[in-house]
Design a protein around this ligand. Structure first.
Ligand code: ARG
Length: 473
C-alpha cells in the first residue's frame, strides 16, 4: 500500500533512502497517546457535524483505544514506510475499519495535527517538570528545618563575605525554583492554544466546530490564525528556554555542592548512593551526579540553540524543517527531569558537617560589615566607617586574631568615643543577630520565610525522607 499522503499525482515510487531520510517515527512515536487523544476528540467533533455517524464514531474510538493498548504492550509494528506516528495510527485505523477509518483525516492536515499533538505533549511535560521542581523545593524546605541554626560563611566572588543561615541558602534555591515554575506556568498558557482546524495553512471549507475539539482536549483557547498556528514553534523554544533556566539553576547548585564536599571546604557529606568511586584511587568518593548535572546543562542549552537556529529564516507556513523540533525538546525534557530527580535525592540525603563548618566560622572576618554598620548607626559616615573597619581588619591580620580579640584600645585609637558595646556585634553569632532587613538572613526573617513556603508548597515529607535515609545507610 502506498503511503496515504502519496496521492494519485505521483507516477514514481519513493527512493527507499528518502523514507529513511524523512522519517520521524523513530522519535515521534512517543507522541502516540496524545495523537490518539486528539484523534478521538476530532472524531467526536466529526460525528457532531455529521461526517461520521454515531456507530462509526464509536468504532473509531474503540479501534484507537485498541491501537493504544497494542502500542503500550509493545505489539505495534513500526515501519519507516509510514513517516510518523500520525500516519502509523491512521494506517492502523484504516487497516481495521477501511472506509470509516479513511474519514478521520477530514478537515485536518498533519500540519495542524502535529502542532496540536506536540502542544498536548509539551503541556504534560510542563506539568511533570513543575511537579518535580516542587519536589525539589520541598527537599530544600525540609533541609531548612533539619539545618535550623546552622551558620555558613556566605561568599561573594567565592571569598568569605558575611555569615548566613544555612536555611537562608536553601531558601535562595527555593526562590529560584519558584521563578522557574512561574515561567513554566506563563509558558503553559501560550502552549495551551489549539491549532487543530487550521488544516494545512488556510483553514477548511468544511463546517467544523473547533470549540468542541478544544474543550474536549482541555485547550484554553483556539488559535486565531491558521497560517500562524501551523507554522509557529515559539511554544517549543519558550519551553526549551524554561528548561535551560532550570538547568542553569541546578548547575549553580551542583557546582557549589561539589566545592563544599571537597576536603578543602569540608562543609558537606554527599549521600553515598549518589556518589561513585574511582577505578584506581581507592579513597575516592566522587560527586559524579553533581558533575553530570552541571555537565548536562550544556546539552539543554544545546537543545535551545538547535531550536533557535532551526526556525531562523523559515518562510511561512509549515516547512518540513519543523519536524526537527522534537528531538531537541524531548532531550531537554528528559535531561531536566532526570537532573531534578537526582537533585531532589541528593538534597535530601546530604549532611552538613556542622562541626567542621563551625570550627572555621571565625576565619575571614565575616563580622566586618556588621561592625561597619554598627559604626554607621552611631553616626559615622559609611565611607569613613568602611575605611576604619578595613584598618581594624588589617590590625587583626597582623596580630593573627579575630576582630573580637582586638583590645578596646585599638578601636578607640581609631574612634575615641567607642565603648565595649562594640563587642556586641562582633563574632559570627552577634553579626547574624544584628540583621533586621526584610529578605535578609536575620533568624526571625528566615523563620518567617520558611513559614511562608510551608504554606505555599505544602507539608514536608520529613518522616518519609528520614525513613528512606535510614534504609539506604
Ligand atoms: N512528520 C511531520 C512533522 O513532524 C508531520 C507533518 C508533515 N506535514 C507535511 N506536510 N509533510 O512535522
Amino acid at each position: 500500500m502506498t503511503t496515504p499522503s502519496r496521492s494519485g499525482v505521483f507516477e514514481q515510487g519513493t527512493d527507499p533512502r528518502v523514507e529513511q531520510f524523512t522519517e520521524s517515527i523513530s522519535f515521534d512515536k512517543r507522541l502516540y497517546a496524545h495523537d490518539i487523544e486528539q484523534n478521538i476528540a476530532h472524531a467526536r467533533m466529526l460525528a457532531r457535524i455529521g461526517i461520521l455517524d454515531a456507530i462509526e464514531c464509536e468504532q473509531v474510538e474503540q479501534t484507537l483505544r485498541k491501537v493504544q493498548t497494542r502500542i503500550e504492550q509493545g505489539r505495534f509494528e513500526y515501519s519507516t514506510a509510514d513517516e510518523d506516528i500520525h500516519m502509523h495510527i491512521e494506517r492502523a485505523l484504516i487497516g481495521r475499519l477501511e472506509d470509516t477509518g479513511r474519514k478521520l483525516h477530514t478537515a485536518r492536515s498533519r500540519n495542524d495535527q502535529v502542532a496540536t499533538v506536540f502542544r498536548l505533549w509539551v503541556r504534560d511535560a510542563i506539568d511533570r517538570i513543575d511537579g518535580k521542581c516542587r519536589e525539589l523545593q520541598r527537599a530544600f524546605l525540609a533541609r531548612c528545618e533539619r539545618d535550623a541554626g546552622v551558620v555558613l560563611p556566605g561568599y561573594t566572588h567565592l571569598q568569605r563575605a558575611q555569615p548566613v543561615l544555612a536555611a537562608h541558602y536553601w531558601l535562595a534555591y527555593i526562590e529560584k525554583l519558584e521563578r522557574d515554575r512561574q515561567r513554566l506556568r506563563d509558558c503553559r498558557a501560550r502552549v495551551n492554544v489549539m491549532p487543530l482546524g487550521s488544516a494545512a495553512i488556510a483553514g477548511t471549507s468544511l463546517p467544523i466546530d473547533r470549540a468542541d475539539v478544544a474543550s474536549r482536549l482541555g485547550f484554553d483557547t483556539i488559535a486565531a490564525n491558521s497560517i500562524d498556528a501551523t507554522s509557529d514553534r515559539d511554544f517549543v523554544l519558550e519551553t526549551a528556554f524554561c528548561l535551560v533556566m532550570i538547568a542553569e539553576h541546578l548547575s549553580t547548585w551542583a557546582e557549589e555542592w561539589i566545592l563544599w564536599s571537597t576536603v578543602e571546604f569540608d562543609f558537606l557529606r554527599l549521600p553515598q548512593p549518589y556518589c561513585t568511586g574511582s577505578s584506581i584511587m581507592p579513597q575516592k568518593i566522587n560527586p559524579d551526579v553533581l558533575e553530570l548535572t552541571r555537565g548536562k546543562t550544556a546539552r539543554v542549552i544545546g537543545s535551545l540553540q538547535t531550536l533557535l537556529v532551526l526556525v531562523k529564516g523559515l518562510p511561512l507556513a509549515y516547512n518540513r524543517d519543523l519536524q526537527e523540533d522534537k528531538p531537541p525538546l524531548f532531550d531537554a525534557v528528559d535531561t531536566v527531569e532526570a537532573c531534578l530527580e537526582m537533585a531532589t535525592a541528593v538534597v535530601d540525603g546530604a549532611e552538613l558537617n556542622r562541626e567542621s563548618i563551625a570550627a572555621r566560622l571565625d576565619e575571614g572576618f565575616l563580622d566586618a560589615t556588621s561592625l561597619m554598620e554598627y559604626l554607621i548607626l552611631r553616626g559615622t559616615p559609611q565611607r569613613t566607617a568602611h575605611h576604619l573597619v578595613g584598618t581594624l581588619v588589617r590590625r587583626a591580620i597582623e596580630r593573627r586574631c579575630r576582630l573580637c580579640d582586638l583590645p578596646l584600645s585599638e578601636f578607640q585609637q581609631l574612634q575615641s568615643d567607642l565603648d565595649a558595646s562594640v563587642y556586641h556585634v562582633l563574632g559570627v553569632q552577634n553579626a547574624l543577630q544584628a540583621f533586621v532587613s526584610y529578605g535578609s538572613t536575620a533568624p526571625q526573617e528566615v523563620a518567617r520565610q520558611i513559614e511562608r513556603w510551608k504554606q505555599q508548597i505544602g507539608p514536608l515529607p520529613i518522616d518519609d525522607a528520614a525513613t528512606s535515609r535510614a534504609t539506604i545507610s
